[in-house]
Design a protein around this ligand. Structure first.
Ligand code: NAD
Length: 265
């Protein structure tokens, strides 16, 4: 089996990365950064987000596992003290895999019929450059509302515990193939009106954002923020692709939610 390791880059994570690499090589696994069967991410959720984007072109062939060197992460749920156990489990292939849904983002531009495609593991947000964001929101091909405010966030179920949660969105179990649309500080008064509640869309329901006046936006894809100019529309839907996590021991989603947000005692 071929493996790769990504590190957050601090000395603690780098030290752990080297230990894991040595152990796995001792078990006669092959280190292959280009075409790994399994990627061990050492650091935090941000490190796993980075690893996901690094290997997003081979999601059907690569599984991920996360070790955290800071606080308990949603994707990075192994602690450094457990790495001997983890290494032995990895060496004893085949391993079990759990799949989580992803968000597909298609940005179309006004000129030249160009488009950009992205996959998000947590979420994508859209914000204006300076002025209030004004967007027509279409759901399933029908006009739903005209949004005015700071921005909009569209998250995956596993991303529902990240930015989405801070925006008052619901926590969604990753066994649902769904996306969630949440508002970032919408303007609501007698003139302007938005739904105000987070919306949960099932697979095959598309959410399309169409600019009303502005054409340039900051669009985030997980940890990545890019300025997109000349935007005609932004389309969101549940991707046909999924991320695969290697599972070596049970750690139910709701226990992770409890341990992260309530208490881990
Ligand atoms: P980061 O690594 O500092 O992550 C920020 C925090 O989000 C960390 O505590 C991390 O553990 C947590 N996090 C990431 N994914 C999570 C998930 N799926 N469930 C629960 N917690 C999660 O910063 P980064 O590397 O730039 O990470 C980008 C992420 O930060 C974005 O995907 C977004 O979800 C999150 N974010 C959150 C807020 C907010 O809560 N107000 C604002 C902006 C971005």
């Amino acid at each position: 089996m071929k493996f790769a390791i990504t590190s957050k880059g601090d000395s603690n994570s780098n030290g752990l990365m080297h230990r894991i690499k040595t152990y796995l090589l001792d078990f006669e696994l092959t280190y292959d950064e280009e075409e790994p069967d399994i990627v061990v991410s050492v650091g935090g959720d941000g490190t796993l987000l980075y690893a996901f984007h690094r290997y997003s072109s081979r999601l059907d062939k690569t599984a991920f596992v996360g070790v955290h060197t800071g606080h308990l992460g949603f994707y990075a749920d192994w602690v450094p003290e457990e790495i001997e156990k983890l290494v032995i489990a990895i060496a004893k292939t085949p391993f079990q895999v759990v799949e989580y849904p992803l968000l597909e983002v298609i940005i179309r531009y006004r000129s030249g019929g160009r488009e950009s495609n992205y996959l998000a593991l947590n979420e994508s947000t859209v914000k204006g450059l300076e002025a209030t964001l004004v967007m027509d929101v279409e759901i399933g091909g029908q006009h739903f509302e005209c949004f005015r405010g700071d921005g909009l966030c569209v998250s995956t179920p596993s991303g529902s515990t990240a930015y989405n949660k801070a925006l008052g969105g619901a926590i969604i179990h990753p066994s649902f193939s769904a996306l969630q649309l949440t508002e970032i500080a919408s303007i609501n008064n007698r003139v302007f009106r938005t739904i105000g509640s987070p919306l949960l869309l099932p697979k095959h329901h598309t959410c399309m954002l169409k600019p009303v006046k502005q054409t340039d936006f900051y669009i985030t894809i997980d940890h990545l923020t890019l300025l997109h100019k000349d935007v005609k529309s932004i389309q969101y839907r549940v991707s046909d692709k999924k991320i695969r996590f290697a599972r070596f021991r049970p750690f139910p989603f709701w226990k992770r939610v409890h341990d992260s947000f309530i208490s881990n005692e």
